[in-house]
Design a protein. Structure first.
Length: 159
């Protein structure tokens, strides 16, 4: 009998607490809701073109190399993604949550710098950076929120 109790206890401890349908359980009393869109860090530059501000964003991308003495055969390089237009496909904020105007964005991103990016995947995702995340970054940091703000699909912004 004792041999049977231990596996049963072990199984009960390891069983998931979610509903049998595989769906997550409801929000419980005292549960803290996490922000819907977490930030990522990319590199960006901006330039004024034809009355609009165009922002070029680069993300780290893996590149293959010749193997070194440790057997490592890859490195990360900045890979440029699609250019985006300010106020159409991307919005810019400071860490206090205040929207940056075109002049401030061009000035801050005249040279390639690291920026904090929030990627909206649905129209229901917030258009502003969540204060819980935004408050972590120092003054002068540019926070970008990628659309869609018009009819562009989110997957097309980051091709």
């Amino acid at each position: 009998m004792r041999r049977l109790k231990i596996p049963i206890l072990f199984a009960l401890l390891l069983l998931p607490t979610a509903h049998s349908s595989g769906q997550p359980g409801p929000i419980g009393k005292g549960d803290v809701v996490a922000p819907a869109v977490a930030p990522k860090v990319y590199m960006a530059t901006a330039a004024q073109r034809g009355g609009e501000v165009v922002i070029r964003v680069s993300a780290p991308g893996m590149r293959l190399t010749n193997k070194d003495k440790d057997g490592k055969g890859w490195v990360y390089c900045w890979t440029e993604m699609a250019a985006m237009t300010l106020d159409k496909q991307v919005l810019a904020y400071n860490p206090a949550g205040k929207r940056l105007d075109r002049k401030a964005v061009v000035k801050a991103l005249i040279k390639p710098v690291l920026v904090v990016c929030f990627i909206r995947m649905t129209p229901h995702d917030p258009k502003r950076p969540d204060p819980a995340y935004a408050g972590v970054f120092k003054d002068g940091t540019v926070l970008l929120v990628f659309g869609p703000f018009d009819n562009t699909k989110a997957k097309d912004l980051l091709r």
